[in-house]
Design a protein around this ligand. Structure first.
Ligand SMILES: [Zn+2]
Length: 354
């Protein structure tokens, strides 16, 4: 069959159809919630991505705005026959027009029956956050440390910030009142296991218990050491949720399933980045992204016969989750909880006065 365009330079090919049929068709539930996905129209892009920026950070080469129509088309393509909804957000960074981008996400989420997270700047007053939570379809917010300040040369200028530097208490109070959903991408080079992160997350849970707090990317635990340092200390923190977006590592998924159980894990893709074609390899605390597209970061190519077998990273992530479920003994109820039921349940109460 012919290739189907996805987003950016990515396509859906016969390799992907075969991979879906072999590994995923019988395993994926009929209904799905993608609890972490980005969509945006390119007209809200302020910053021009320079060659230097493309070389500086691999994701800069992959963040092409995926408009809502493209996301809907991609869902039909990559999850054939499935009923899919999502928790969608724009891009959290000062290279995008924040207010216009939020308005776009809200409008499109309403059109497609999705739910929206508003990108929030730490300088905003409580009333601005409250106003966003009053908009139809908005269930919560997406803060991010690079919204603290602008730096053309690096997105990591504020990497070592405190969570409260980009998610201040006056905003947390409103979010708590509204029982809002917060998808939190944790700061620090040491990731989730940094003592400040662990302490501040526990503080948020204690002071703002009505917030639906979802730690993104299993706390940026892409390697097993990072997962052990971050997830194990929070294993007993009932009511704290994690999305598993961007995690391709079967050992990390298995550890998360053992430490947290399937009732606290939400499936997410982090697309459009994870339409990337290839595979990831891990060495201690680092990883290498293998792909067949000639990006700058793609310095060490694998043999053509290996590259020919590459499928989408999002499929690799699902296969890793499936293998981890088998290894840990998670049955159908657990699979359906992660891929649909947990998020669906939380969406019923998020940003309500119940
Ligand atoms: Zn993301």
């Amino acid at each position: 069959m012919t290739d189907i365009p996805l987003s950016h330079v990515f396509t859906y090919t016969d390799v992907d159809r075969a991979y879906w049929a072999e590994h995923l068709e019988d395993w994926m539930p009929a209904r799905l919630v993608d609890a972490h996905v980005h969509f945006m129209d390119d007209r809200y892009r302020i910053e021009t991505i320079t060659e230097a920026m493309r070389r500086q950070y691999w994701v800069n080469e992959l963040v092409a705005a995926q408009p809502a129509e493209t996301l809907a088309h991609c869902y039909r393509t990559v999850y054939p026959g499935r009923a899919v909804t999502c928790v969608g957000m724009g891009f959290a960074g000062l290279g995008w027009e924040t207010e216009g981008g939020n308005a776009y996400v809200i409008e499109q989420a309403r059109r497609y029956g999705w739910r929206a997270l508003a990108v929030v700047r730490p300088t905003w007053v409580a009333e601005q956050v409250a106003w966003l939570l009053d908009q139809p379809g908005v269930i919560g917010v997406k803060p991010y440390y690079s919204l603290i300040g602008w730096d053309r040369d690096t997105r990591d200028r504020y990497l070592e910030a405190s969570i409260f530097d980009f998610l201040p208490h006056h905003q947390l109070e409103v979010l708590n009142d509204r029982r809002a959903w917060v998808t939190l991408h944790v700061p620090k080079a040491d990731r989730l296991g940094h003592p400040d992160n662990l302490r501040e997350i526990r503080e948020i849970r204690r002071r703002y218990p009505r917030i639906i707090l979802v730690i993104a990317h299993l706390g940026r635990s892409y390697t097993l050491p990072h997962a052990e340092e971050g997830l194990l200390p929070l294993a007993d923190e009932e009511g704290l949720y994690f999305d598993n977006s961007a995690v391709l590592n079967p050992a990390v998924h298995a550890l998360a399933l053992r430490a947290l159980g399937p009732s606290r894990i939400l499936y997410g893709t982090d697309n459009p980045v994870f339409y990337l074609r290839g595979r990831r390899q891990w060495h201690g605390r680092t990883y290498v992204n293998r792909t067949s597209y000639p990006f700058y970061f793609n310095r060490e190519r694998e043999a053509p016969e290996i590259e020919a077998t590459y499928t989408l990273y999002m499929y690799e992530a699902l296969k890793a989750l499936k293998d981890a479920c088998a290894a840990v003994g998670v049955g159908r109820a657990g699979v359906e909880a992660m891929l649909h039921d947990n998020a669906a349940r939380l969406l019923r109460t998020a940003n309500t006065q119940e």
